[in-house]
Write a protein that binds this ligand. Structure first.
Ligand code: SF4
Length: 495
C-alpha cells in the first residue's frame, strides 16, 4: 500500500509567522506532528510519503503514485484542505481525513471524502486498518475512548526535512482541566489531562537531539500544567537533569493557563528545565466577560501582576486576547489596548470571538438563534460566525482600532522595551552567534532598519538595548522580527 500524507497550507495569519520566516531562512514554523504520528501508526510494510504544503508544493506525480491520500487539518487550513481533496478525488484517489477540522464538523464534508478518522487516530485508525484488510471500508471511524498517550509511537521524523522548520515539536499531554465556553479542546481531548511518563518524553527529545536538532522545541500541549504534581515530581526534575547533561541543546516553549503564576516552584523548575516562553490565554481584561465565558482561572486575580511575575522569573509571556463577548461594552477596545501596552506582552494575538462547532458557546448561540455560519478558523479576518450583542460594525471598528495601535512600530517597540525592563532570563550557556544568526541580523538591519518607513523606532530600540540590556540584543532582534510579522498580517485586515 502506498500512502501520501498531506498537510494543507496555512494562510498568512498571526500564527503562521510567515513574514518572520524569511529572516531566519525557514519554510514553516512547525512540522505536522499529528501526521508524522499517524504515519507511525500505519503498518510498517506500507510505503509513505509526506508533503507539507507549507514547505513544498503538491505535484501530480506524487498523487498519481499513491493508493490512498491521508489529510490532517485544523479549521484554519480548510480552504487548502478542500482544494487537495478535490484534486486527489479527481485523480481517482481514495481520500482519508482526520484532525480537528473534520472531527468537530465532519457533516460539512460528507460525500466529499472516502473515510473520516474522527478524534484521536490511535483508537480510530485500527478499525479502519482492520476493515481495509477485510475489504469493507466504512465512511466513519470514530475514537470511542481516550487512548493512553504513553503508547503513542514515536513520530516518523524521517518523512520530513527538519531543517525546513523554525521549531520542532513534542507532546507531553492531551486535554485541559478547564472548560472555557469557546474552546473545543475539551471536545477533542477531554478534561482529564493524559500525560506521558518522563522516560517517554526523554526518548522523544533524545531522538531529536541525535538527529542533530539544536534550537527550539515546542511542547504542543493544550495546557502543559494540567497536572502540576506529575510535572514537579517526575517530569521536570528528569528534564532538568537531561538538559544539563546535554549542555542545553534546546529551548522550550508551551501553552499554559495563567494559574502557572500561582506556583513559584513550578515556574522556577520550568525555567531551569529550559522553558523560555509560555503562551497564556488571557482573553480579556474585562472580568464580566471572563465570567461569562467560564474562564474562571483568570478571574479574581490581577492579570497584569501575574504576567509581570512570569516575566520576572525569566519567561517571555505571549498571549491570546478576544473581543466580542456578550458582556463586552464599547470601553473594551481602549481597555484592551491599555492592558496589552502595560503588560509588555509583545506577541499579543488579538482576535474576534468565534464559535467553533460543537463548543458550549456554539450550542448556546444555536439555541439563541444567533449562529450564522461555520467558523473560518481565522479569528483575525474580521468575520464572525454569529450575531454579537454589540453592534457588529462598532465591534469590527473597535477591533481594527486595537490592531492599528498595538502592532504599530511605535507601540510595539515601546511595549518591547517595557517587557525587557521586566524580563530576567536565566542564562544556561554562553551565547555564540552562528552564521545563521549573522544572516538574520543582516536581514533585520536591512528590512527593519533601512527599508521600513518607521525605521527610527527600530534604531531607538536597538540603541536602548545596546546601552541598557546588551546581553538581550539577540532576543530583542528576534522580537522585533516577530513584530514585523504581526504588523504585516494586521495590515492585510486594516487596508
Ligand atoms: S484553559 Fe485554554 S485549553 Fe483549557 S479550556 Fe480554556 S481555552 Fe481551552
Amino acid at each position: 500500500m502506498k500512502v501520501l500524507l498531506l498537510y494543507p497550507k496555512f494562510p498568512k495569519t498571526f500564527w503562521s509567522f510567515k513574514y518572520a520566516l524569511y529572516f531566519i531562512d525557514k519554510k514553516a514554523a512547525f512540522p505536522p506532528l499529528g501526521l508524522l504520528t499517524v504515519a507511525s501508526l500505519l503498518p510498517p510494510g506500507w510505503e509513505k510519503k509526506l508533503i507539507d504544503l507549507n514547505v513544498r508544493s503538491l505535484d501530480e506525480k506524487s498523487i498519481e503514485w499513491a493508493d490512498f491520500v491521508f489529510i490532517s487539518a485544523m479549521d484554519i487550513q480548510k480552504e487548502s484542505a478542500l482544494e487537495i481533496i478535490k484534486k486527489s478525488r479527481k485523480m481517482g484517489k481514495r481520500v482519508v481525513v482526520g484532525g480537528p477540522l473534520f472531527t468537530t464538523n465532519y457533516e460539512e464534508f460528507l460525500g466529499k471524502v472516502d473515510c473520516f478518522i474522527l478524534g484521536e487516530a490511535e483508537t480510530a485508525l485500527p478499525g479502519f486498518l482492520s476493515d481495509l484488510k477485510k475489504g469493507i471500508l466504512n465512511n466513519i471511524y470514530k475514537c470511542d475512548s481516550w487512548p493512553n498517550i504513553n503508547e503513542i509511537p514515536i513520530p516518523s521524523w524521517d518523512l520530513i526535512r527538519i531543517k525546513d522548520y523554525a521549531s520542532l515539536c513534542v507532546q507531553f499531554s492531551r486535554g485541559c482541566p478547564f472548560n472555557c465556553e469557546f474552546c473545543d479542546i475539551v471536545i477533542l481531548n477531554g478534561r482529564v489531562p493524559r500525560m506521558k511518563d518522563k522516560e517517554k518524553i526523554l526518548i522523544e527529545l533524545e531522538i531529536l537531539y541525535r538527529k542533530g536538532w539544536r534550537g527550539n522545541v515546542f511542547f504542543v500541549d493544550d495546557n502543559f500544567i494540567g497536572n502540576k504534581a506529575k510535572l514537579k515530581n517526575e517530569v521536570l526534575p528528569a528534564l532538568i537533569e537531561w538538559m544539563k547533561e546535554k549542555k542545553y541543546p534546546f529551548t522550550f516553549n508551551t501553552q499554559v493557563s495563567v494559574n502557572l503564576a500561582d506556583d513559584k516552584e513550578l515556574v522556577e523548575m520550568m525555567v531551569r528545565a529550559g522553558f523560555t516562553t509560555v503562551f497564556v490565554g488571557i482573553e480579556t481584561p474585562g472580568e464580566e466577560s471572563l465570567r461569562g465565558c467560564g474562564k474562571m482561572q483568570n478571574v479574581n486575580r490581577n492579570l497584569l501582576e501575574s504576567v509581570k511575575f512570569l516575566q520576572n522569573c525569566g519567561l517571555e509571556v505571549q498571549a491570546g486576547f478576544i473581543v466580542g463577548f456578550d458582556q463586552d461594552t464599547s470601553t473594551i477596545f481602549d481597555r484592551m489596548i491599555r492592558f496589552i501596552q502595560g503588560s509588555g506582552i509583545t506577541t499579543a494575538m488579538v482576535g474576534l470571538l468565534q464559535a467553533p462547532a460543537k463548543t458550549r458557546l456554539w450550542q448556546r448561540l444555536k439555541k439563541e438563534g444567533r449562529l450564522t455560519s461555520q467558523t473560518s478558523g481565522d479569528n483575525t479576518d474580521c468575520t464572525m460566525n454569529f450575531i454579537p450583542k454589540m453592534d457588529q460594525k462598532s465591534l469590527i471598528t473597535g477591533y481594527k482600532k486595537i490592531l492599528n495601535n498595538i502592532y504599530s512600530p511605535k507601540d510595539y517597540y515601546n511595549r518591547l522595551i517595557n517587557f525587557l525592563k521586566e524580563y530576567r532570563p536565566k542564562k544556561k550557556r554562553r551565547y555564540k552567534p552562528s552564521f545563521a544568526d549573522f544572516r538574520t541580523f543582516w536581514r533585520a538591519f536591512w528590512i527593519l532598519g533601512i527599508r521600513e518607513k518607521e525605521r527610527n523606532y527600530y534604531w531607538r530600540l536597538l540603541f536602548w538595548g545596546l546601552f541598557r540590556r546588551p546581553k538581550l540584543l539577540p532576543a530583542l532582534i528576534e522580537m522585533a522580527i516577530k513584530g514585523f510579522h504581526l504588523r504585516k498580517v494586521s495590515e492585510k485586515y486594516l487596508h
